[in-house]
Design a protein. Structure first.
Length: 200
């Protein structure tokens, strides 16, 4: 139960931190830009609502075997504008070998498809006390270590921003997340930020 709670909080933090192609251009995981919630449910099955406009799915039309959940931002007007694959739990040593290996595998696959990343970060924040090799996972858990890569491909399929990130859920467990922002993401953000002021 605690692990599930941690995962859901990580998912929400990923999403809350936060000119288009035609609707329904093909996007990752066999989804389409601008799909409505009903359309996504039709091809992916039931959803769990994490928060307004934020949904978790167990399935997608074209899954990646290394992911266990798929998180999506779907608004009433703009539809699907962001999707994130949340990796299976990785049991690893305190040196982070398992996490590093899965991150590297995904990174190489993305490089083959989208080219070299525009941002490639692997460093420990200045002043961190978790600087020894056997504290690698602890530094990642404390969010004092960064292992991430980013692309800005501006693809015809609607993909505009990609973020691959390693995360720790404990001293010996971690996950990899892979998020895609789609071409309608700005419209989606504007829609989410609009407020109903009719009652004022």
């Amino acid at each position: 139960m605690q692990e599930e709670w941690v995962m859901k909080n990580i998912l929400l933090s990923i999403f809350l931190v936060g000119a288009s192609v035609s609707s329904f251009a093909e996007a990752p995981f066999g989804l389409k830009v601008g799909m409505s919630l009903a359309e996504v449910k039709k091809v992916s099955g039931p959803a769990e609502m994490l928060e307004k406009n934020y949904y978790s799915f167990k399935n997608v039309p074209i899954p990646y075997k290394g992911f266990k959940d798929y998180l999506m931002v779907i608004t009433p007007k703009s539809g699907l504008c962001k999707v994130l694959g949340f990796g299976n739990p990785i049991t690893t040593s305190v040196y982070g070998d398992g996490v590093k290996a899965e991150f590297s595998t995904l990174k190489e696959s993305l490089i083959k498809k989208y080219g070299k990343p525009v941002g490639d970060y692997d460093f420990l924040r200045a002043g961190s006390i978790w600087k020894n090799p056997n504290e690698w996972m602890m530094s990642l858990y404390r969010e004092e270590r960064i292992l991430t890569a980013a692309w800005e491909p501006k693809e015809d399929n609607g993909v505009e921003n990609i973020m691959l990130k390693a995360r720790a859920t404990g001293r010996s467990t971690g996950v990899i997340t892979l998020s895609y922002e789609l071409s309608n993401n700005e419209a989606c953000l504007a829609e989410k930020e609009s407020r109903d002021i009719s009652g004022l």
